[in-house]
Design a protein around this ligand. Sequence first.
Ligand SMILES: NC(=O)c1ccc[n+]([C@@H]2O[C@H](COP(=O)([O-])OP(=O)(O)OC[C@H]3O[C@@H](n4cnc5c(N)ncnc54)[C@H](OP(=O)(O)O)[C@@H]3O)[C@@H](O)[C@H]2O)c1
Length: 283
Amino acid sequence: MTTVPAITLNDGRTIPQLGFGVFQVPPAETAQAVATAIEIGYRHIDTAQMYGNEQGVGEAIASSGLDRGEFFVTSKLSNAKHLPDDARRSFDATLAALGSDYVDLFLIHWPLPGRYDGDFVQTWRALEEFYRDGRARSIGVSNFTQKHLGRLRAESDVIPAVNQIEIHPYLTNEQLRAYNSAHQIATEAYSPIAQGEVLGDPVITQIAKDAGKSPAQVVLRWHVQRGDIIFPKSKTADRVRENFEIFDFELDEGAMASITALDRGEKGRTGGNPDTMNWVPEA
Ligand SMILES: NC(=O)c1ccc[n+]([C@@H]2O[C@H](COP(=O)([O-])OP(=O)(O)OC[C@H]3O[C@@H](n4cnc5c(N)ncnc54)[C@H](OP(=O)(O)O)[C@@H]3O)[C@@H](O)[C@H]2O)c1
């Protein structure tokens, strides 16, 4: 039985270092996909209001036969719901969709510097309410840069427990990881295999061959050894299992360094840039 290491957050709570992400899992397929992940052993699920599939996550947990307390569930505030009253209503809807009276971790999904007069601090204060009333056991942010985090530190009370940002071998994001760590903010690495783009890289395929593991396992192992929290997504049961089997081998320093050296900086980014991403879905 695989034991997933736990990371302790700055609020004293713990989070499994490996979870299952459900971005781009269609709502109608989510309950089945999450049920498969639970069967394999995953206990940490990463969803979001904007993924439209929180309900499927809740259904899979409810039908798992396990206690709610066995799971760590993260959701994220929609870009359309940053005004505090909207945030409050949508947080209630998240709990209803998940079928739970709390969420383990709730995040601001994007800072949206060009929306809401750039005032993500008022949004953060709404999340602080959810934290204080216990309905969000931990709160954090996603896609926040140093500048955004500095503003939260100066203008609010609670330090985010995590900052969820894009990280993989083509975008290693070292400076922001170091900033997070210097401020006791845990780093969550999203799109950990760059949505599949890094898997054919010759450096990675060679290390995989030497280790007798798949390229995805090698990249996920690299993240784990760096201490980041990850939640790869797959709709394919065999891959979900493969992505879980990363705790029975180790990469040596040379392999770790060769993977880190693949960094392409901004050019390696697959998702939105937090400084310019201002997309808001139809409410
Ligand atoms: N906060 C944010 O703004 C943000 C943004 C993006 C993602 N995220 C979170 O991070 C999670 C993971 O990121 P992601 O979904 O963007 O990308 P990812 O996990 O890096 O990659 C997912 C893609 O890789 C494929 N894949 C998965 N495992 C594989 C394996 N072992 N071998 C070969 N291919 C494999 C999947 O294919 P199949 O599904 O077809 O098998 C899918 O196309 C998301 O689900 C979400 O929870 C957060």
